[in-house]
Design a protein around this ligand. Structure first.
Ligand code: C2O
Ligand code: CU
Ligand code: CU
Length: 482
């Protein structure tokens, strides 16, 4: 059962939101408030930092062992101020794990935080015992070993905290990191690599005058932080050469920060990958939605911009403009990598082969103030569904919010990735037609997905990835039966 104070906390939000006229609510989405005490932040004042890649502590018989310590630290995020953070190895974002398909790794996570922690590898095809489930929390001072078999294609994953009722708070304190899997199929494509393969972790934050994180207060109509923090720096700049770059975008926001990305010039860029791996072919876009927990890999070609030019990656969050990062073209044409016309084949899951269909309705229960799936808030002791190992299922996800309270949801499945069949009966956009593990479902919208339960039996979660919603109960348990 949810703890009383959490329900109360969320009840307040529900009450406050219910009392707001629609315009107020949408304008609240549209304009995160800037507290009078917030430190002034100059855009493009600091250089982009790429999170360090972690080296294994040791390697035995083809398995890499890593050590990570979760601890309290201080980090300069806003220039001149020190922000207290909770970080994997004391940094925000945490160190990047870079590994190969079919190379198992073990990570020993030590918890030196003052609170319980649980590590979840988002998008990871992992055994239940390594999923970071309720009951698997690491007490302060203790540690836990996580086994990740990496039996999945090249992709951009991430890890973050998953202690129920606290996932939003804990990840906002900094507990997020990238996890990249590479494989031979990807190697062959000759995509931009090394310093031309750059992860961009996009997170929303608000700050107090002393630099400490300030949580958006939904009771004040704040649904997201007003500062775009990229790899732990507020709207940084990044010096690029006149060539193609691969950017691995992760929307690691804790709050309801649904981005819609564009290049300042309005130019086209190419999406080459989604949550679960590369697409079949690059998809040209001018606008790219990226909801919390979603990843998109994109190729941006800077070769047509003269040296000295600057290009901003912009976003719109429910209509509010945000400037995420400025690319400064500082170096003449270096060696160019071609954009491959084809990437990796995607095996389409076939609806005609499925016998099991399930329906999920996601909504805020105004009576209890809880966020529910099919009318129920999360109970770690309840098994909600029992899919069969090896079977394929079709799920219909319905956002049951009303126009009075237009709350988006982002549906996420642990363990399995899926393909989107349709949105309100229409085929998905080409840029979301690959492998996914999170999908935005707007108020009143119905999204059908198809998933195959492979590899691991046992207990796993599915939930809304607006972490405040998961905290408030929008989460459920599946037990994959062998
Ligand atoms: Cu990033 Cu349970 O998820
Ligand atoms: Cu997950
Ligand atoms: Cu939600």
């Amino acid at each position: 059962m949810p703890k009383r104070r959490d329900v109360l906390k969320f009840g307040l939000l529900a009450g406050a939101a219910a009392a707001l006229p629609v315009e107020r609510l949408t304008s609240a989405f549209a304009r995160p408030a800037v507290a009078a005490t917030a430190p002034a932040i100059t855009l493009f004042d600091t250089a982009l930092v790429v999170p360090p890649v972690l080296k294994p502590t040791l390697t035995i018989a083809g398995t890499d062992y890593y050590d990570i310590t979760m601890r309290v630290a201080k980090q300069e995020i806003v220039p001149g101020l020190k922000t207290p953070i909770w970080g994997y190895n004391g940094v925000f974002p945490g160190p990047t794990i870079r590994t190969r398909r079919n190379r198992p790794i073990v990570i020993r996570q030590r918890n030196k935080l003052p609170v319980e922690a649980a590590v979840h590898l988002h998008g990871g095809n992992v055994p239940s015992s390594s999923d970071g489930l309720p009951g698997q929390e690491i007490a302060p001072g203790k540690d836990r070993f996580y086994l990740y078999p990496n039996r999945q294609q090249a992709t951009t994953l991430w890890y973050h905290d998953h202690v129920h009722h606290h996932e939003s708070f804990n990840t906002t304190q900094g507990l997020t990191g990238l996890y990249l899997i590479t494989d031979p199929a990807e190697d062959k494509l000759g995509l931009p690599s090394g310093k031309y393969d750059v992860p961009l972790v996009i997170q929303d934050r608000s700050f107090n005058a002393d630099g400490s994180f300030r949580l958006p207060d939904p009771n004040l109509g704040e649904f997201a932080g007003e500062v775009a923090v990229i790899n732990g720096r507020p709207s940084p700049f990044f010096a690029v050469e006149q060539r193609r770059y691969r950017f691995r975008l992760l929307n690691g926001s804790s709050a309801d920060c649904l981005h819609e990305l564009t290049l300042g010039s309005g130019d086209t860029f190419h999406v080459i990958g989604t949550d679960g791996g590369l697409l079949a072919a690059p998809v040209p876009v001018q606008k790219l939605p990226l909801a919390p927990s979603e990843r998109a890999e994109v190729i941006v070609d800077f070769s047509k911009y003269p040296v000295g030019s600057q290009l901003v990656l912009n976003s719109s969050v429910f209509g509010t403009p945000m400037q995420l990062i400025r690319f400064d073209v500082t170096k003449a044409k270096s060696q160019q990598t071609p954009l491959p016309p084809k990437l990796v084949p995607i095996q389409r899951l076939k609806e005609s082969h499925t016998k099991v269909h399930r329906d999920f309705q996601l909504n805020l229960d105004l009576g209890s103030g809880e966020m529910v799936i099919n009318g129920k808030s999360f109970d770690p002791d309840r098994i909600d569904i029992r899919p069969k190992l090896g079977s394929t299922e079709v799920w219909t996800i319905f956002n049951g919010e009303t126009p009075d309270l237009p709350i988006p949801h982002v549906f996420h499945t642990h363990l399995v990735r899926f393909q989107i069949l349709d949105r309100d009966g229409r085929p998905p956009a080409p840029f979301e037609s690959g492998w996914k593990d999170s999908v935005t479902v707007m108020p009143g919208e119905r999204v059908r997905i198809i998933l195959r339960f492979a590899d691991f039996p046992g207990r796993f979660l599915y939930h809304c990835h607006l972490l405040g919603h998961a905290d408030a109960g929008m989460m459920a348990t599946m037990f994959v039966t062998p």
